[in-house]
Design a binder for this molecule. Sequence first.
Ligand code: UD1
Length: 419
Amino acid sequence: MDKFLIQGGQKLEGEVRISGAKNAALPLLAATILADSPIRISNMPNLRDVNTLVKLIAGLGVAIEYAGDTVTADTSTLNNQFAPYDLVKTMRASILVLGPLVARYGEAKVSLPGGCAIGSRPVDQHLKALEALGAHIEVENGYVHAKVDGRLKGGEVIFDVVTVGGTENILMAAALADGVTTIRNAAREPEITDLANMLIKMGAKIEGLDTDTLVVTGVESLHGCDYAVVADRIETGSYLAAAAITGGRVRTTHTDPALLECVLDKFEEMGAEVTRGDDWIELDMQGKRPKAVSFRTLPHPDFPTDMQAQIMAVNAIGRGFATISETIFENRFMHVPELSRMGANIQVEGNDAVVTGVEKLSAAPVMATDLRASFSLVLAALAAEGETLIDRIYHIDRGYEHIEAKLQGIGAKIKRVSG
Ligand code: UD1
């Protein structure tokens, strides 16, 4: 199993080119199922999760090709609507094929994703929403079987919790439904807007973009198009955090400051100088030790749960103390014991954590537990004295493209070791 060996203590400086967003790429791939002519999506990040979904869609009989940063898909050969447990269990986002399959083909059998490291993460809201559009749903032997006679019917969907995946699934389904669907309490993450924009390019009629009420007027068919994945705001924030924790200066390019305002505000509160360009962001920590900053994770446009672990790592070496409340997932502090092994002072009570900054972290063997938590360990290792070995980095390969090369490019001493 691959590990990272990181020699801490380098002040990171330079430029990082940001990739397409994993969390946008996955729903966009699922949406290819809706197109009745070939579709081409560029700026695809080369990630394990993207490969998993490409494999799953190929398994449906779709002629899908992934070369360079571009995926092309042609659904004319699709011959089944079955997503097996083997693939779904490795990636929860596989459930996103459910809405498109039932909307276009009237039937889908998709494995339940099951629990995951950061919480139980049910899909009840996805299913309830599809039922509101007339799908008949049975859950049996670990599979969701969804069926509809003819087309789905437009209807009123009111989510009980704000769900990113649920909003995406129903948005795709509603695009091909008969009549108007209103989605209330919809998630507003930029990746949802990216999906809506591609669906509109495919011929869908969607109003209310960037708001919590989406109104979709179903159409009979959707066609292919050319589309580029939006920049990854979480990758952007992660590399800016690498500058903050090492006292360095990093410019992220091919990104969009408007996607992560809330996180940039926190960097400024830390004492960093943040400069925003049209498609770049530079963070200069000017060799200073950041001030610890408090925050609460909430749905977009508030502070993203996917940046919680990284900012906690920066707080670990911050001046003063900070409180962090995780309100999205019930078990998303698994990086805390690992950061503590490196000398961090963090007390957890339920979904709240109090971080008291220490002057220095020290290298230790640690273990990655989930995708974003893994990056928090990389950050801690970059700032720590000595050489840190991070095990189970397959988690990080799910969501950070070319991570070693990007970090080496800004002066980090990181290498991948196997065994
Ligand atoms: C997506 C992101 C993930 C991010 C999360 C929250 C992708 C591929 N993943 O995950 O990186 O951390 O949004 O911003 O885009 N819930 C239910 N019932 C449901 C669905 C969700 O109770 O049917 C709960 C979940 O358990 C969780 C909360 O709602 O507590 C938010 O989950 P959701 O927004 O659905 O997250 P994902 O779409 O899985």
